[in-house]
Ligand binder design. Structure first.
Ligand code: PLP
Length: 442
């Protein structure tokens, strides 16, 4: 137990049921963050920690940016909340318009949510309802991918491909999955997109033959899988998926909750990878993580398919109390200003080489079995301890924190996604810390 991180005696740690956390282990030795600025957190006991994971893949412009803080303060004092069901407020329209301007050209319509999970479920519903609106209601099947993560709603879990998120819950019927693209036997230590695996996209053809392509509404994939272990798409894979979707009239949804807002070196991975989906889901970096928000982008054709019937009829029976929340919009508008002024939506491209070199420099470090990278996303797979999977990953998290770096461990995979303001020196520092800790664990 580490005394230094203890909660004040008056606070019962038991009340907060923590998400995606080993609660008992955590509460026996809490790791508490108390303050943040720029590239750093400070722990509750005052130690500075380099943020190697942008909070949780979301703080792309770095922490506590004054422009965002002021915008939020101003908005919350002026109008704390306004409904967007049958009412509106200017910031929601302005933010949607500004977002459409940085998205690939076709994405001119934006539906606001509050999280990546809600964005995924919203996108799936849009896809199903779109086909129905066009008289193709027989398209009710959804295709996801193994190792995909689309949040924790029932829709997202159903199309997602992480077994621990699925095994306890019933999932939607009429869902199938493509294979994941992680092929270490062929692609281990690939720098950027791996050479092998484009043919895995052809599984969509197999599923179309199995189920009838005319029954499939949509395929959803992360252009670069994030939570499943940073899996960049094999060269040519997304192009083939796009072509097969076109062939069968299937909508292609890119879940850009992590890859959106500059993470891959372009505003969206769709732009970086040169493949345009039909629907894009986002969250996280849309407000720099400051206020929860998500946004689903669709093209005009999809949007307009809903705009039928009498003008007084609601076109899409879907939405959230906080869709387009004024405080989130204020945070998002200020975030876009920072992204634009500081060139952050393309900065990952400039840093990618330095990042990749430092990351892949750990190839010879103890326990390392694979390393992957794309933009400012990176992962290191560690060999699991026999009979104790996740043990090394956890020790890395704790060890790195002790040495002043926040590193995400998911099982025995370490994931890296520093804020896009990171300096070259800080990249070096981050991976030097990882090297030291790797050498210190058994
Ligand atoms: C690709 C992707 N989709 C959806 C989500 C879920 O987002 P949230 O936790 O905001 O619901 C995440 C979260 O990491 C994600 O990475």
């Amino acid at each position: 137990m580490n005394k230094r991180y203890e909660l004040p005696g008056s606070v019962a740690a038991s009340a907060f049921w923590m998400p995606f956390t080993a609660n008992r282990q955590f509460k026996a030795a809490p790791r508490l963050l108390a303050r943040a600025e720029g590239m750093y957190y400070w722990t509750a006991d005052g130690r500075q920690v380099l943020d190697g994971q942008a909070g949780l893949w979301c703080v792309n412009a770095g922490h506590c940016r004054p422009r965002i803080v002021e915008a939020v303060q101003k908005q919350v004092a002026q109008m704390d909340f306004a409904p967007t069901f049958n009412m509106g407020h200017p910031a929601a329209f302005e933010f949607a318009d500004r977002l459409a301007r940085i998205a690939p050209e076709r994405f001119s319509r934006v539906f606001f949510t509050n999280s990546g999970s809600e964005s995924a479920d919203t996108a799936l519903k849009i896809a199903l309802a779109y086909h129905r609106a066009r008289g193709e209601g027989q398209r009710f099947r959804l295709i996801g991918r193994e190792r995909g993560y689309h949040g924790v709603g029932f829709g997202g879990v159903s199309v997602g491909g992480l077994v621990n998120n699925r095994r306890m819950f019933p999932t939607l019927p009429a869902v199938d999955h493509l294979s994941h693209t992680h092929q270490p036997a062929l692609n281990a230590f690939s720098v950027g997109q791996p050479e092998h695996g484009a043919d895995l996209a052809d599984e969509l053809e197999r599923l179309a033959n199995l189920h009838g392509g005319e029954t499939i509404a949509a395929v959803i994939v992360e252009p670069v899988a994030g939570s499943g272990g940073v899996l960049p798409p094999p060269k040519g894979y997304l192009e083939r998926l796009r072509a097969l979707c076109d062939k069968h009239g299937i909508l292609l949804i890119f879940d850009e909750v992590i890859t959106g807002f500059g993470r891959t070196g372009a505003p969206f991975a769709a732009q970086r990878l040169g493949v345009t989906p039909d629907i894009m889901t986002t969250a996280k970096g849309v407000t720099n993580g400051v206020v929860p928000m998500g946004a689903v982008f669709v093209n005009r054709q999809i949007h307009d398919a809903f705009m039928q019937g009498p003008p007084e009829a609601i076109e899409f029976f879907h939405g959230y109390t906080y869709s387009g929340h004024p405080v989130a919009c204020a945070a998002g508008l200020a975030t876009l200003d920072i992204y634009a002024r500081e060139g952050l939506l393309t900065r990952a491209l400039e840093l990618e080489g330095v990042f990749a070199e430092a990351l892949h420099g750990l190839r010879d470090a103890p326990h390392v079995t694979d390393i992957r990278n794309f933009g400012l996303m990176g992962a290191i797979d560690l060999a699991p301890r026999p009979g104790k999977p996740g043990g090394r990953g956890y020790d890395m998290l704790v060890g790195a924190l002790g040495r002043g770096a926040l590193v995400r461990a998911s099982g025995d995979t370490l994931a890296f996604s520093p804020p896009l303001i990171v300096s070259e020196a800080q990249i070096g520092e981050l991976f030097e810390t990882v090297r030291t800790v790797l050498a210190s664990i058994d």
